[in-house]
Design a protein around this ligand. Structure first.
Ligand SMILES: CCCCC/C=C\C/C=C\C/C=C\C/C=C\CCCC(=O)SCCNC(=O)CCNC(=O)[C@H](O)C(C)(C)COP(=O)(O)OP(=O)(O)OC[C@H]1O[C@@H](n2cnc3c(N)ncnc32)[C@H](O)[C@@H]1OP(=O)(O)O
Length: 187
């Protein structure tokens, strides 16, 4: 998943949210960040100084895989969502093409996972990202890490492939349209 040699450093968009600002959810029904998903992760992601973000995720009983431990897929989702949020800082909509997770230590239910992600390199439509999840604090022991390749897409990615019912509802929701425009896409 190494970026090609011609890749360049990602550039923070001049209109990106200021450092420390909560980015908000990109879609209310998103399993990662949406407020309307009862069993979702409810991630609240904060803008960093560069093309980087931080977030916290509390592992709840609904997130278990083994007794008392977080499911690896759920942890991967948390890393994925955190990295996907870097799109707010680049002002692009991007989707995950490839994601590789390393589970370094088990994560018990009740843990607050401190997530951090940054964009490593960009080339054409490709954005290479990396993320970590630490236990006990932002500098605590490493529990999970991931590298991912995201690909920039336009709004047709969603309108062409998403189920009509949800697309129509999203397009009729002024709040959703406003959020999509924050990414410079025109639904
Ligand atoms: C009113 C409606 C509003 C809707 C919008 C609302 C809000 C929008 C806001 C944000 C929403 C966006 C994201 C959400 C954020 C976070 C959530 C977490 C992220 C996710 O959970 S998101 C879901 C899972 N995700 C998918 O559902 C993607 C399924 N997938 C596809 O849809 C296609 O696969 C696609 C589009 C990705 C690419 O398809 P494609 O045909 O456009 O492009 P192609 O295949 O050519 O690849 C392009 C370049 O990547 C290179 N490349 C490919 N594979 C590579 C590899 N393995 N290694 C190295 N390079 C590789 C190629 O070589 C080429 O490189 P080059 O450009 O240099 O030729």
């Amino acid at each position: 998943m190494a970026p090609p040699p011609r890749a360049t450093a990602p550039v923070r968009h001049p209109d990106a949210p200021p450092t420390g600002e909560l980015l908000g959810s990109h879609y209310g029904h998103c399993f990662g960040c949406g407020g309307q998903q009862p069993h979702g992760l409810h991630l609240e992601v904060r803008a960093g100084q560069q093309v980087d973000v931080t977030a916290e995720f509390t592992v709840r009983p609904v997130h278990q895989g083994a007794p008392g431990l977080a499911h690896g897929g759920v942890l991967t989702t948390a890393l994925d969502e955190t990295m996907g949020s870097l799109g707010w800082l680049l002002h692009v909509v991007m989707v995950t093409r490839r994601l590789e997770t390393e589970f370094v230590r088990p994560v018990p239910v009740g843990t607050v996972l401190h997530l951090a992600a940054h964009a490593v390199a960009a080339e054409g439509r490709k954005v290479f990202t990396t993320a970590t999840g630490r236990i006990g604090g932002p500098d605590g022991p490493l529990a999970v890490r991931a590298d991912a390749l995201f690909v920039k897409v336009d709004v047709e990615h969603f309108t062409e492939h998403g189920r009509d019912e949800e697309i129509q509802a999203a397009m009729a929701d002024p709040d959703q349209v406003r959020r999509a425009r924050a990414f410079k896409v025109n639904p």
